[in-house]
Design a protein around this ligand. Structure first.
Ligand code: HEM
Ligand code: HEM
Length: 289
């Protein structure tokens, strides 16, 4: 039996990105289509565009990581149906992203809020929702959104700081702020649904059909880190909100080093919490412990 290492577990880290980001992309463009005359329309479409491109890139990375995981865990013979569905999904979102990039470059207009495009984007979100069974239990459904939102938001902030002279820096900064707040809301919901799932675990472990193999000590440690994650992100969001509403973009940039350190610490904490989540039932099941 293989032991968990960065190669055979990377798939489980990165798979949340394509699943969550296509849903976020659709929702941003959908809201943009309702506020076509507002100044928020451009920012929302940028968020829709960035998250669509990120869906395609992380989808391809997830497929490669899945192949490595399947090979190193000796699951190649049994993973065919899952791999086929995942490759179809990744091909679909990649074509969507390429068409959007090419058309927005040639026409100098992003059609993210166009009704026909929204139908295609919704199909991508429904594919992610159904092919990977986001609805399997509430904790699993909401946790998908936590890490992708805070990391894409952080990258938008970093880009706004690096290219602060560009006209779109303010939009990226708004995306960074909004994704941090949405990510924090998702983390709070993840903690609530986490406790609901924890309450079900003893019964699931003794179920007559397909009992779940889980480690109660790993669950306890995961819950502690989950709560620490929630507190850390609430503090980060409150501090960021104060600066967001009190100062102009250029003033916020003055405190950038402190903010970046705080955000990196929070991202490390959520990564540890998520990794520990995998040690409750997923890793023992896959690695035979
Ligand atoms: C967009 C691409 C993909 C996504 C979003 C995705 C998503 C998932 C999900 C949600 C799981 C279940 C994890 C859990 O229960 O926590 C999983 C498991 C797995 N995936 Fe993927 N996957 C993708 C591509 C692939 C590909 C191309 C392969 C291999 C050829 C693959 C191999 C595996 C393996 C070996 C497992 C573990 C076996 C199992 O739990 O039954 N994945 N993947
Ligand atoms: C920021 C907070 C949290 C994050 C990001 C998070 C993330 C995760 C992840 C990634 C998994 C592995 C899912 C899989 O098997 O594929 C997991 C499993 C789990 N988490 Fe959390 N979690 C959080 C908070 C909590 C809290 C506070 C609890 C409460 C006790 C909790 C209870 C559980 C349980 C019971 C499982 C195992 C579910 C199963 O495999 O059936 N989580 N979590």
């Amino acid at each position: 039996m293989a032991t968990p290492n960065v190669f055979n577990t990377f798939h489980f880290l990165v798979l949340h990105f394509p699943i969550a980001l296509i849903v976020v992309s659709f929702l941003c463009d959908l809201v943009a289509s309702f506020v076509k005359k507002s100044k928020w329309n451009g920012t929302l479409k940028k968020a829709g565009y960035i998250t669509l491109v990120a869906t395609a890139i992380t989808g391809i990375v997830t497929c490669l990581a899945g192949l490595i995981a399947a090979e190193s865990l000796g699951l190649m013979a049994t993973i065919g149906a899952h791999a086929t569905k995942a490759i179809i999904f990744t091909a679909y979102v990649t074509v969507l992203a390429v068409v959007r990039i090419v058309l927005s470059k040639t026409t100098k207009k992003d059609f993210g809020d166009n009704l026909l495009y929204l139908v295609f984007s919704l199909v991508g979100a429904i594919l992610a929702f159904t092919l990977f069974k986001i609805y399997r239990y509430p904790h699993w459904g909401v946790l998908q959104f936590t890490v992708p939102l805070v990391i894409v938001g952080f990258l938008a902030d970093l880009s706004a700081i690096i290219w602060k002279a560009k006209s779109w820096a303010k939009s990226l900064q708004d995306i960074g702020y909004t994704f941090l707040i949405l990510g924090t809301v998702a983390i709070i919901a993840t903690v609530i649904t986490g406790y609901m799932r924890a309450a079900e675990m003893p019964a699931l472990a003794h179920a007559a059909v397909k009992p779940v193999k889980y480690d109660p000590a790993a669950l306890h440690l995961h819950a502690v880190w989950g709560v620490i994650t929630m507190i850390a992100f609430i503090i980060l969001s409150v501090v960021r909100s104060y600066f967001h509403f009190e100062f102009e973009a250029k003033d916020l940039l003055k405190g950038k080093a402190v903010y970046i350190v705080g955000a990196v610490v929070c991202i490390v904490i959520i990564s540890v919490a998520s990794h520990l989540g995998g040690t409750i039932a997923l890793f023992p099941e896959l690695f035979g412990k």
